[in-house]
Ligand binder design. Structure first.
Ligand SMILES: Nc1ncnc2c1ncn2[C@@H]1O[C@H](COP(=O)(O)OP(=O)(O)OP(=O)(O)O)[C@@H](O)[C@H]1O
Ligand SMILES: [Mg+2]
Length: 593
């Protein structure tokens, strides 16, 4: 099979796919048995029709017997239709169950990715893994496997029946095989290419739409609607063209098979008809026009599955490609690895130590160069420095969002690489630069999914960080709806909510990466007041853009291009008249004049 190179070959893929199906083997067995019954019924019905015709032409016509056979045929066909309905119900139900499980597995795998791994895959692609790819897989369980089996079984059955009815005519039919093979081969080749193009273009259109809906505000602000529309038009046209190509492949293939079928029928009628006439006169081999009718019906039953097989091969290909992408997503291990028997942080004092830490996002490009500092329990340490100097990076390393390349980070004297990651993240409350709110309510955004947190605790936390006053003014207060990404809240309000969210989980160490966005004076005052309270909770590491925020910090660390260049209290650093002094003067003058 032609697919892109990967770690999976078809047999490993099939084994893993079967493993998902295996749990439902009873359903599949039931379906398989029903499928055999319906196929056999399908194969027998031409024979029964032949039997009825023979009875009808008998000079001593036994009418009752004919009626019996017709009723028998009716009952059998009706029963097999009912079986088909049950069969497809069981199949769909089983397919949905399997896909449900696959979706859960993919999602939990994605949840375990490290932040770096999340960033390297566009969100749209991950969404496709959980939705579109699993759906394609569903088609394989519910239609392809069973239909391929059914078609193969039918073809074999029909050929056997044809041989029994007339060896000679069957051999004539088999003469068409090479033509069928060539036509199917060309179709498969062409349609596979078309199919891939369609997939690619669908994905292009999807990512175009999702990116541009997110960025619609920017488009509007810059009046770029028309230009974006033109770009979309190009993507959309590509999709239309490739879809038409795919449709064309089917539009040519199906009639071609039909033409071959008609040719086969003409040949059979010609040769078989001649033979039947001669036999009717001479009675040599017993091949009469009744056999001819039976045979004719079998040709029909032979060509349908042949055509379907060629078409199903495509679905099989795309299902395997989807399966491959799904298993890749499931197998991807987080690159932040926990040691065996990790240490659980229980009683935390809150001492943090960076010892000769070197770190880079991209190999070779050092963002932090030999950074060392110590924060004693309950101290507040502030980081200042130009944009891009590495302040946020320092904070993000404490919870192992990324692993450092050289040096060590300790919490209460324990290397964080030895610590259980979940207990590490629980110990440290992070308030990041870009606050993310989930769609839901104000309450649900503060408690997140922690069910142990009561409504009282939520209100208490919100009050503590000064968020209560604006929440109380909302029409539905704590039940106020939060739109996607918190679009209906100002950046100051979002920040206050993130404070509440952090302290409600009672961490011993707080990390605050202050947002740079402009905040109105009233909210600013609330935030400043709230910050003072936060500093008294435990150890606090803070990146502040407004130096007024951090004057009371126990220590201020000045960073430049990933290096610590100054360290001390506000007063000490001012006295030194170094980098901090310049920064302070700039801001002080900037704001007061
Ligand atoms: N995920 C990432 N992948 C690659 N490089 C990154 C990534 N995140 C940050 N960087 C780079 O690392 C450097 C430090 O970034 P960092 O976010 O720590 O700066 P910062 O001091 O917090 O700046 P700001 O004051 O603007 O918030 C920057 O040069 C940035 O381009
Ligand atoms: Mg930053």
């Amino acid at each position: 099979m032609i697919r892109r190179q990967s770690e999976f070959n078809d047999s490993t893929l099939s084994k893993r796919l079967l493993a998902y199906g295996y749990k439902h083997w009873k359903s599949f067995l039931a379906v398989f048995i029903m499928m055999i019954i319906t196929t056999v019924v399908g194969l027998l019905s031409p024979l029964i029709t032949g039997k009825v015709i023979k009875l009808l032409e008998d000079p001593l016509l036994d009418f009752i017997k004919v009626i019996y056979w017709i009723i028998f045929l009716g009952v059998v066909v009706f029963a097999s239709v009912i079986l088909e309905v049950i069969l497809s119900y069981i199949l769909q139900k089983t397919g949905q169950r399997i896909i449900y499980e696959v979706r859960e597995n993919v999602f939990s795998a994605i949840e375990s990715y490290s932040i770096a791994q999340m960033k390297e895959t566009p969100a749209g692609k991950l969404v496709t893994r959980v939705t579109t790819d699993t759906n394609t897989l569903n088609e394989m369980y519910t239609s392809v496997i069973i239909n391929v089996l059914k078609n193969v079984l039918t073809i074999v059955g029909v050929l056997v029946a044809m041989f029994i009815v007339s060896t000679k005519l069957t051999l004539y039919i088999l003469l068409f095989t090479p033509v069928l093979v060539i036509v199917s081969y060309i179709f498969r080749k062409y349609s596979r290419r078309a199919y891939r193009e369609v997939r690619k273009n669908v994905s292009n259109v999807n990512s175009f739409i999702s990116e541009n809906i997110s960025g619609m505000k920017v488009t509007k602000v810059f009046g770029q609607e028309e230009k974006k529309y033109k770009d979309f038009h190009v993507e959309n046209t590509n999709l239309k063209k490739s879809s038409l190509k795919e449709i064309l492949a089917f539009a040519i293939f199906r009639p071609s098979i039909y033409v071959i079928y008609i040719l086969a029928v003409i040949m059979v009628l010609w040769i078989g008809g001649n033979e039947a006439i001669q036999n009717n006169i001479l009675i040599i081999t017993g091949f009469t026009y009744v056999e001819l009718i039976v045979f004719y019906q079998y040709i029909d039953k032979l060509f349908n599955p042949l055509q379907q097989l060629a078409e199903q091969f495509n679905i099989l290909q795309s299902s395997l490609a989807s399966a491959e992408r799904i298993f890749e997503a499931i197998d991807k291990k987080s690159d932040i690895i926990e040691v065996e028997n990790p240490i659980e942080l229980t009683e935390i004092k809150g001492k943090i130590e960076f010892k000769n830490v070197w770190f880079s996002y991209i190999p070779g490009e050092w963002i932090l160069k030999d950074v060392s500092f110590t924060v004693e329990p309950n101290e507040t340490v502030a980081f200042v420095g130009a944009t891009g100097s590495g302040k946020s990076t320092i904070l993000t390393l404490i919870t192992r969002n990324y692993d450092i390349q050289k040096g060590s980070i300790f919490i209460d004297g324990v290397d964080i690489k030895q610590v259980k990651i979940s207990s590490l993240r629980k110990a440290v409350g992070q308030m990041l630069q870009d606050v993310f709110l989930f769609s839901g309510t104000v309450s649900s955004n503060i408690a997140l999914r922690d069910e142990d947190i009561t409504e009282d605790e939520i209100i208490h936390a919100a009050t503590y960080v000064n968020a209560n006053s604006f929440i109380e003014k909302l029409p539905n207060k704590y039940d106020e709806e939060v739109k996607e990404k918190g679009a209906n809240f100002s950046s100051g309000q979002r920040q206050l909510l993130s404070f509440a969210r952090t302290i409600v989980h009672t961490p011993k160490i707080l990390i605050l990466d202050e947002a740079t966005a402009n905040i109105d004076t009233e909210t600013e005052n609330l935030i400043q007041d709230s910050l003072k309270k936060l500093m008294s909770i435990g150890t606090m590491l803070i990146v502040a853009h407004r130096l007024s925020t951090i004057q009371h910090a126990d220590k201020i660390i000045v960073i430049e291009s990933g290096k610590i260049i100054e360290e001390g209290t506000h007063q000490q650093l001012l006295k030194n008249k170094g980098h901090y002094y310049k920064l302070y003067k700039l801001q002080y003058e900037g704001s007061d004049i």
